[in-house]
Design a protein around this ligand. Structure first.
Ligand code: SAM
Length: 205
């Protein structure tokens, strides 16, 4: 069983078992393909799973669909899907990644973990005009190019939750030259230098 005070205090034993199963599946597959950096395997619980789980705070109980853009190994989407019941949430989790290898991994994870993920193994640019309550992203693209991408794809959404690392302010300043952004910025729980941007409105200038 993975060890995490955060999860032990916030989810059921059954959910902790599923997180453990995901962890073992991820580490096994990480031998054959690059899903997470090998250097972070031993600290994956905090670095990846707790980091992703903190997003649940910014998802509303009424949210119907979330889309994880550039999900890779399913981070943060799979973690949120696994823990959502413990937070009385019932959104449906969509994942998009353009890599065929990652697509196969996600399909296998979906059936191995008995989840109900909606997997889009394609370029997000081709998801033209699709409608989601909330878009989420972690380690995908700089803020400006993320906003350009979803604007070109004409994705419809009510909110975006973006996880940003230490150069968040440079990215924000650059993005604001091209977009009017109405957002709240929250401190990351797992990394003192990182922020979570909750964007409630965005318009191209
Ligand atoms: C650095 S990984 C981040 C993965 C994950 N979100 C995480 O936090 O570990 C970025 C992922 O975005 C995917 N990606 C890049 N451009 C994309 C696009 N235009 N459409 C869909 N997926 C894309 C890549 O295949 C890759 O798996």
């Amino acid at each position: 069983m993975i060890r995490s005070l955060y999860f032990e205090n916030s989810v059921s034993r059954e959910t902790l078992l599923k997180l453990t199963k995901y962890h073992e599946f991820l580490i096994e597959n990480n031998k054959k393909m690059s899903l997470i950096s090998k250097k972070t395997e031993k600290i994956a619980v905090k670095r990846h799973y707790e980091d992703c789980a903190q997003l649940i705070k910014y998802i509303d109980k009424t949210d119907k669909t979330i889309l994880d853009v550039g999900t890779g190994a399913g981070l943060p989407g799979i973690i949120l899907e696994i823990i959502k019941n413990d937070h009385d949430m019932s959104f449906s989790t969509h994942l998009v990644d353009k890599s065929p290898k990652k697509g196969k991994f996600l399909e296998k994870a979906n059936s191995f973990l008995d989840l109900d993920l909606k997997i889009h193994n394609c370029d997000v640019n081709s998801m033209n005009k699709k409608d989601f309550t909330t878009l989420i992203s972690r380690a995908f693209k700089p803020m400006r190019s993320f906003l350009e991408t979803i604007s070109n794809a004409q994705l419809k959404f009510k909110k975006i939750i973006m996880m940003k690392g230490e150069n968040f302010m440079d990215e924000f300043i650059e993005a604001k030259k091209y977009f009017e952004i109405n957002c709240d910025i929250h401190q990351s729980m797992t990394n003192p230098g990182s922020k979570l941007f909750v964007i409630k409105g965005v318009n191209k200038l």
